[in-house]
Design a protein around this ligand. Structure first.
Ligand SMILES: CC(C)(COP(=O)(O)OP(=O)(O)OC[C@H]1O[C@@H](n2cnc3c(N)ncnc32)[C@H](O)[C@@H]1OP(=O)(O)O)[C@@H](O)C(=O)NCCC(=O)NCCS
Length: 204
């Protein structure tokens, strides 16, 4: 794995490594009620929580150019994941971001920082043009993340992703490189991210 990583203050994102399996497994097991309503599931069967094979699978997807699997560190400790998945190259040059953090560190602005760092890396180092985030309408905390960063509401996708055992509706949000020429992190920190961009219609 190469050194694709970025940091701001106590928050670092870097590619997942084999030795992250243990702390990730611990967080996943001790945060079941916190994570499971928002977790992607397999429509064809059970999802394994064995992170050793999970990390190997993520690393294979990275080698295949399908995704960029980051861990999120807070003050040097692995406390969550951010996965850039569904990478399309060429005339689309787009990808989708998914994320979670441990409940014990929620509310400290870790995820918006990690998403801004990842989006800026994707626009620069990975030469992607558009980054998307899809969120269930019920997920208030996650909707705050896209509001803070000024991701643009782009529509309602009915029964779009298999989450927590069924096909769930999602709102889609996106940014393109032109939206924040000086960087998404810098735009947010300077107070220039337009929170209203993520506003949803009353009835989608
Ligand atoms: C969504 C999530 C990633 C946000 O991460 P975060 O690092 O806490 O993000 P922030 O610190 O910016 O907090 C976002 C919002 O969460 C809410 N929040 C804050 N502390 C919280 C806590 N202890 N518990 C629950 N929600 C909390 C607040 O509404 C906050 O918005 P505010 O800053 O305007 O008050 C995190 O809640 C999480 O991992 N949830 C479970 C998995 C998940 O939903 N993943 C996303 C799927 S799309």
């Amino acid at each position: 794995m190469d050194a694709l990583e970025s940091a701001h203050g106590p928050v670092t994102i870097r590619l997942v490594r084999a030795r992250d399996a243990k702390p990730l497994q611990h967080e996943l097991m001790t945060n079941r009620a916190w994570l499971s309503p928002w977790e992607a599931t397999n429509p064809d069967g059970a999802v394994s929580l064995d992170m050793r094979s999970g990390v190997r699978r993520l690393q294979q997807q990275y080698r295949d150019g399908q995704s960029v699997p980051f861990v999120i560190e807070y003050e040097g400790e692995v406390i969550g994941q951010l996965n850039v998945w569904g990478i399309a190259r060429g005339s689309l040059s787009s990808a989708t971001i998914g994320y979670w953090v441990s409940k014990r560190v929620a509310g400290r602005g870790i995820t918006p920082t990690a998403v801004a760092l990842a989006t800026d890396l994707c626009f620069s180092a990975l030469r992607l043009h558009r980054m998307e985030i899809c969120i269930r309408p019920e997920n208030g905390p996650s909707l705050r993340v896209v509001e803070k960063l000024g991701f643009r509401y782009e529509g309602f996708r009915r029964r779009y992703i298999h989450i927590d055992g069924d096909w769930r509706d999602h709102f889609a949000f996106a940014l393109t490189r032109e939206d924040a020429p000086g960087g998404v992190l810098r735009r947010w920190l300077s107070g220039a991210a337009p929170e209203s961009a993520a506003a949803r219609p009353e009835s989608p």
